[in-house]
Design a protein around this ligand. Structure first.
Ligand SMILES: Cc1cc2nc3c(=O)[nH]c(=O)nc-3n(C[C@H](O)[C@H](O)[C@H](O)COP(=O)(O)O)c2cc1C
Length: 143
């Protein structure tokens, strides 16, 4: 059974570009092996990640991610069964708030700061749908 899990967390310290590269490379390797797909946003010191795939595999990935000291204050924002994937081509794509997609982050935020903790499940789904539609803004995973 396919599920989508969306959570937010805060960086626990300033992360270097090497930290981010390391997170992405282990994510892409492990997720590919487990058939997990999704996207990771980083903006305003907040991670917003959507994981999709087999329910057990997604739960396993989430519990592993929770144990990572590079972030804190995890909160599940949305969890649901789905009939198909949204990110089928990405073992884990990174989305940062750049000039190109600033509008997209703002469009789904109630304040000028991107704050996924205060976004509803429906708003989050709208945000990720647009992200998918705007693949040219994403740094796609290399596979
Ligand atoms: C915000 C964040 C998101 C992460 N996302 C994933 C992920 O989607 N898949 C994954 O395997 N690891 C992810 N990680 C990394 C894991 O916490 C962990 O470091 C990694 O899976 C260990 O991989 P290894 O056992 O191959 O060394 C993430 C870490 C952070 C901080």
């Amino acid at each position: 059974m396919l599920v989508q899990l969306t959570y937010a967390s805060r960086v626990s310290r300033t992360l270097s570009s090497d930290d981010i590269k390391n997170i992405l490379s282990s994510s892409q390797k492990n997720n590919k092996a487990d058939g997990v797909t999704g996207a990771l946003c980083l903006s305003n010191g907040i991670f917003l990640q959507i994981l999709e795939g087999d329910r057990q595999k997604v739960n396993k990935a989430y519990h592993k991610i929770l144990a990572d000291a590079r972030h804190k204050d995890p909160a599940i924002l949305d969890y649901r069964e789905v009939i198909s994937r949204k990110f089928s081509e990405w073992s884990m794509g990174l989305i940062t708030r750049s000039d190109d997609n600033r509008q997209l982050f703002l469009k789904y935020s109630s304040s000028s700061d991107f704050d996924p903790y205060s976004m509803s499940g429906e708003t989050l789904r709208g945000f990720f749908s647009e992200v998918v539609d705007n693949v040219r803004w994403l740094r796609k995973s290399p596979d």
